[in-house]
Design a protein around this ligand. Structure first.
Ligand code: FPP
Length: 248
């Protein structure tokens, strides 16, 4: 199995999982948290270095108020109940997304999680919360424009790597593979800049069903992919050079 350095997941299908069982959407999200715990421990065990989970998008605010409250409550509960375990597992927690609009107690919990675990050297768990990639890119451009206006940066100094470093995800390598559960095949405003060379794997199971077996299937599929980053395979370059050398 090829282990990616950075795995990112769009956890989709909590609602449909619940509906298929005549349960409420809240039940579905709660079961989604169980699957979150499982993937964190499985990813750590497999030696994955970075795991990004799309937990709440900037578009999720448009869901019914009761569901938004549920999702906020689940994040609170997750940090309160699981932070000590994450710390014991040597997991470093990072949160990407806009902090604007989040309740004060959630902000302090997120900061507490980041502060407590900042020296940990195991898996880096990146929780994308109140995250939207277009918002991230807009915030970054605004920030860089302010630097230019203040005379601290020249327009010509704006490079791809400066943009990468200035995003919420600055310092985190781009995802090698992005997984979406539930059969949907969209990026939904997730890591648009960072996904330039990511492999995409779409799996049919709903998020609450995503276990170690599903993760292993994803990794097998990832291992089959041939990542060329816009180049060609080394083998093909050698064949071409040999053909030229022999006058073919
Ligand atoms: C998509 O299912 C899932 C979400 C919008 C939220 C994901 C959140 C969790 C797994 C729980 C909270 C996470 C943490 C880290 C504590 P959906 O509701 O869109 O499902 P549907 O498309 O079937 O309706």
């Amino acid at each position: 199995m090829v282990i990616p350095r950075h795995l990112a997941v769009i956890m989709d299908g909590n609602g449909r999982w619940a509906k298929a069982r005549n349960l409420t959407r809240t039940h579905g999200h709660r079961q989604g948290v169980v699957a979150v715990r499982e993937i964190v421990s499985n990813a750590s065990q497999l030696g994955i270095e970075y795991l990004t989970l799309y937990a709440f998008s900037s578009e999720n605010w448009s869901r019914p108020a009761s569901e938004v409250r549920d999702l906020m409550g689940l994040l609170r509960l997750f940090i309160k109940r699981d932070l000590a375990t994450l710390h014991k597992q040597n997991v470093r927690v990072l949160v990407i997304g806009s902090r604007l609009g989040l309740a004060d107690d959630i902000l302090s919990l997120l900061e507490k999680a980041e502060d407590l675990t900042c020296q940990n050297t195991g898996l880096t768990l990146i929780i994308a919360f109140n995250y939207g990639a277009r918002q991230e890119i807009t915030d970054t451009f605004r920030q860089l424009a302010k630097e230019v206006e203040a005379g601290r940066l020249k327009p010509d100094e704006i490079s791809e790597s400066l943009i990468s470093q200035s995003l919420y995800s600055g310092g985190i390598p781009d995802p090698d593979v992005i997984v979406r559960t539930s059969g949907e095949q969209r990026l939904s405003n997730f890591l648009l800049w960072q996904a330039a060379y990511s492999e995409f794997v779409f799996v049919d199971c709903y998020w609450p069903e995503f276990d170690m077996q599903q993760l292993e299937l994803v990794l097998v599929e990832y291992g089959r992919r041939n990542r060329r980053f816009g180049s060609v395979e080394r083998e093909d370059v050698e064949l071409e050079q040999n053909a030229v050398a022999s006058g073919g």
